[in-house]
Design a protein around this ligand. Structure first.
Ligand code: MFK
Ligand code: FAD
Length: 496
């Protein structure tokens, strides 16, 4: 046999990650570092093992069986290996529980774990994110009976009593504009609420709980009339018959993640709070899952660049290693610079979230978190796609071949910009954040601080122009709302 090309190798996803180690060295308290290191090492070992496993095995998808041999409706979902391993691994290493500890670095500790684990998880991180979001929204609701009932499961450190929670918002009528929700909540004579309707995307269909938006019967139209409900999906080991799985989606990427279309036919439900303003009540969940999205997008970039860099040392072109070709070296350096910026942005959000939740944040940090969350989500979501695409090109034709495992990175990355609020929806959310609660002045001060540190005249000019345009609208209503919205993506990406 003639020449055989070496495959790219994955360096240790924790010990080989200069950026993560530098961040933790700089910010994370040393007295807590030992416990965190132990979990990060274990998760990174797992990630390396799954990388090697993926080189030897054929990819599978989850399979839905709706009927058993005797005609009973069963709606059974067979999961892939990483999904079967998920509950044990993630509870043992306290991925969710660590984020809800009572210290200001809790979220940083959680998201460091998420970052190291994400690619190996085959998007088991998606329902984990929603479970984290549900726990956060439940806490914010102050509903003590639901908190006491659900939180010990959602944040469990033991796989046996761990529950995943879904986020049932999107319907056929709209995922961005959830105000059109058709699912109805009706109250029985005995006071029990039940949900009737169809949810068009449910990515935690194998979970034990969910938060769902629904319209209490007899209330008006529009988003303000929606309420937020908590539901449980299982009766012991059986799925409740009032939850019907119509089918699993056939998707471009995230193929191990079972995303389902479901029907609710009287599923028992409990309101989190008042029977209105459900979107306001679900917002803490949205902001947490958007943070997960940013961290996971950055994890995809890290994997793509890491493999491309390794390959560049193994591949010879025109008489030397690819990495020694000046233009390829520059290409990798440019990718690395973009990635490091995205990493810093995503982890700044994780850091601020921890400070805000523990009530040690300044007013400016609180305002920054509200703005940086949509910015980090939208920016990293877009960048993951372009960076994974560039990384595939670094492998030449091999980057286009399925059983290298590389095309999956690009297909999976496309989802980051779509779910949890598309780029446009988050650009508009950034405007909402800029306009809210007199935060604009505080944010301007923060942003001026960033700009003076950045020493980048071009960026500084663009950002000040974007802020001036926003300020003009906010202060004097001089700009038509439609003009401001049309420019929202420009403002958001400039700020990001
Ligand atoms: C592996 C990666 C991990 C990630 C996993 C992801 C799993 C993905 C699963 C999903 O995709 S779940 C579905 C996600 N769906 C969305 O993200 C919905 C996208 N659409 C929006 O975000 C719309 O902007 C929104 C639904 C919020 C518009 O609804 P409304 O009711 O027309 O908005 P409105 O009236 O502006 O806001 C209602 C209230 O919520 C306001 O508060 P008040 O009632 O007090 O005035 C807003 O300020 C508040 N609000 C909205 N967004 C907020 C927020 N508050 C804080 N933060 C936010 N982000
Ligand atoms: P639309 O809302 O119809 O958007 C179409 C286009 O319109 C987009 O480009 C959008 O940016 C644009 N747009 C919308 N409003 C505006 C505006 N005001 N100004 C400018 N542009 C606008 N949802 C759940 O609830 N639970 C889940 O578990 C879940 N899992 C998912 C898993 C996957 C793999 C995917 C792909 C989606 C999942 N979703 C889930 C749904 C997801 O959140 C929605 O697809 C997303 O919010 C967009 O909604 P939509 O599909 O209805 O598109």
């Amino acid at each position: 046999m003639g020449f055989l090309q070496d495959a790219p190798q994955l360096s240790h996803p924790y010990r080989g990650d200069r950026l993560l180690i530098a961040l933790l060295d700089r910010v994370f308290p040393s007295k807590r570092r030992g416990a965190l290191d132990a979990d990060l090492d274990a998760l990174a070992d797992y990630a390396q093992m799954t990388f090697e496993r993926s080189q030897r095995s054929v990819r599978r998808k989850p399979v839905l069986t709706q009927w058993d041999a005797w005609g009973r409706r069963v709606d059974r979902v067979e999961l892939t290996t990483a999904w079967l391993e998920g509950p044990e691994l993630t509870t043992r290493h306290a991925i969710l529980a660590s984020g809800h500890e009572s210290h200001e670095h809790a979220r940083l500790a959680e998201f460091a774990r998420v970052y190291v684990y994400h690619i190996a998880s085959e998007f088991y991180t998606c329902p984990l994110a929603m479970t984290d979001g549900a726990a956060t929204a439940l806490k914010a609701s102050g509903n003590t009976s639901l908190i006491d009932r659900a939180l010990p499961h959602l944040l469990s450190r033991n796989a046996h009593d761990f529950w995943l929670s879904g986020q049932w918002m999107t319907e056929n009528t709209g995922g961005s504009d959830v105000g059109n929700t058709e699912t109805v909540a009706k109250q029985d004579a005995d006071g029990q609420w039940r949900l009737y309707g169809r949810k068009w995307f449910s990515s935690a269909v194998v979970g034990e709980a969910a938060l769902a938006l629904a319209r209490p019967e007899g209330t008006g139209q529009g988003p303000a009339a929606l309420a937020l409900f908590y539901v449980e999906t299982m009766d012991g080991v059986e799925r409740k018959p009032q939850l019907i799985i119509d089918r699993l989606k056939d998707k471009l990427g995230t193929q191990e993640l079972p995303t389902a279309e479901i029907h609710l036919d009287g599923l028992p439900a409990w309101p989190l709070g008042e029977l209105a303003h459900g979107v306001r009540q679900v917002a803490p969940m949205l902001n947490v899952t958007r943070t997960w999205n940013a961290i996971c997008a950055v994890a995809s970039m890290a994997r793509a660049i890491g493999l491309a860099r390794d390959y560049a040392r193994r591949r010879q072109v025109f008489g030397r290693a690819l990495i020694e070709q000046p233009l390829h070296g520059q290409t990798l350096a440019d990718m690395q610079a973009e990635f490091e910026g995205a990493f810093a942005l995503a982890f700044e959000v994780a850091y601020l979230l921890g400070r805000v939740e523990q009530q040690v944040a300044t007013l400016q940090e609180t305002a920054s978190l509200r703005l940086l969350t949509p910015l980090a989500k939208l920016w990293t979501g877009k960048m993951a796609v372009s960076l994974c695409s560039e990384a595939l090109e670094c492998f030449g034709g091999a980057g286009y071949i399925e059983d290298t495992g590389l095309p999956q990175l690009l297909r999976d990355a496309q989802v980051y910009a779509i779910w949890e609020g598309t780029t446009n929806v988050l650009s508009l959310d950034s405007l909402r954040a800029l306009a809210g609660n007199n935060s604009f002045a505080a944010l301007r001060k923060v942003i001026a601080g960033w700009l003076s540190e950045a020493h980048n005249a071009q960026a500084s000019f663009a950002v000040h122009a974007a802020l001036d345009a926003t300020a003009t609208h906010l202060d004097a209503q001089k700009i038509e709302r439609s003009v401001l919205e049309a420019g929202a993506r420009g403002i958001a990406t400039t700020l990001a």
